[in-house]
Design a protein around this ligand. Structure first.
Ligand code: ADP
Ligand code: MG
Length: 224
């Protein structure tokens, strides 16, 4: 089976005062191994909501998410957090690096649950080298530019060798040159490590670098 992540008739409704806000109205999506896909759509169209559901960070109003054939919401909280930590990676617009830790320590953090061993430290080193931050790994986040912080966040997302990486507006805070180099990095990692990347972005030009692009509009996801 080549499908790694499947969304079936996903719906998400929020209460907006006394009325209901139907954000996702029945999303079907099938993600295969090595996929690099983009979900585009205007601000407020529900991209983050969808990414959170696909990454098991939130619960749908209706519908199912299957990871390798298992309905993620049949898992207990402990199993689910283990899945999030080991099998899924997350990259956000605002990086969320911890300011009191060095770049190297930030990258290492998601692996700490397993104990800090030599192999993990080597993986963190090699990832920092791959994202072009070898010289900066003992620096602190405040000393880095936005593009560098996002590179560090990418290395952190990959430290546990997840099968799927979710990136929510990964270039949203970057200028066009840094945006392009972050995208090139994602394409390279997808090529070389075969990690699945699912990128949510409101920028159509970014969507076009993905192998498959979808547009979220009015609660429905359509292939482009
Ligand atoms: P996007 O990421 O495409 O900008 P979001 O998924 O963040 O869109 O939001 C989609 C819609 O759902 C927006 O109208 C937003 O205000 C609303 N929304 C998001 N999260 C919540 C929430 N927790 N409670 C109520 N409404 C929400
Ligand atoms: Mg968003």
């Amino acid at each position: 089976m080549n499908e790694i992540l499947v969304a079936q008739n996903l719906k998400k409704t929020y209460m907006d005062g006394f009325s209901k806000l139907y954000v996702l109205k029945g999303i079907n999506l099938s993600v295969t191994k090595k996929d690099l896909l983009a979900i585009t759509g205007i601000s407020g169209s529900g991209k983050s909501t969808l990414l959170h559901l696909l990454g098991a960070l939130d619960v749908p109003t209706d519908g199912k998410v299957y990871l390798d054939g298992t309905d993620v919401h049949t898992m207990g909280e402990r199993e689910l957090s283990d899945v999030r930590n080991r099998r899924l990676g997350f990259i956000f617009q605002l990086y969320y690096l911890l300011p009191e830790f060095s770049i190297f320590e930030n990258v290492l953090l998601p692996a700490m649950a397993r104990g800090k061993d030599k192999e993990t430290a080597e993986r963190a080193h090699s990832l920092l080298e791959r994202v072009g931050l070898k010289e900066r790994m003992n620096h602190y986040p405040v000393e880095l530019s936005g593009g560098e912080m996002q590179r560090a966040a990418i290395a952190r997302a990959l430290v546990n060798s997840p099968e799927i990486v979710f990136a929510d507006e990964p270039t949203g805070n970057l200028d066009s040159k840094n945006s392009r180099s972050i995208l090139d990095l994602i394409i390279k990692l997808n090529d070389e490590e075969h990690q699945v990347f699912i990128i949510a972005t409101h920028e159509v030009s970014i969507g076009s670098v993905a192998r498959r692009t979808f547009c979220l509009n009015n609660g429905i996801l359509e292939p482009q």
